[in-house]
Design a protein. Structure first.
Length: 104
DNA sequence: CTGCTGACTGGTA
DNA sequence: GTACCAGCCAGCA
């Protein structure tokens, strides 16, 4: 069974709109634990198979972060939503970043 | 309980 | 710009 924190994190990630991205820290904050970015990463790693757009969760400063060793797939999914990636960074990160998730 | 392990982050050099 | 580092925290042995 998932812990409360895990469920909250998954719920938050599911609210990220297509074409937008959020950092592990943003998700952690939205889930109520601003400093649990690493824990969020662990949850994303184990979120395979679930109905969760984990590819929209990236690292700080627009860096891609990980994707179970399948970064190419992460880039492809983002590109399919109109999010361009170059030099290992999401372009227009500041504009595409989804903050304050949970407040609408 | 203790002690790792990370899809992390912000600070410093 | 890059590199290293301490702090962080859920999950698991």
């Amino acid at each position: 069974m998932d812990s409360v924190f895990t469920r909250r994190v998954l719920a938050v990630v599911r609210r990220i709109p297509p074409g937008r991205v959020a950092t592990y820290g943003d998700v952690a904050a939205a889930a109520g634990r601003p400093r649990a970015a690493r824990a969020v990463g662990n949850i994303m790693r184990d979120s395979g198979g679930r109905d969760v757009p984990a590819h929209r969760v990236i690292a700080a400063a627009g860096k891609l972060g990980g994707y179970g060793g399948r970064i190419e797939m992460k880039r492809a999914l983002l590109r399919a939503e109109g999010v361009l990636v170059s030099g290992g960074r999401v372009r227009d990160f500041k504009v595409r970043r989804w903050r304050r998730i949970g407040q609408q």
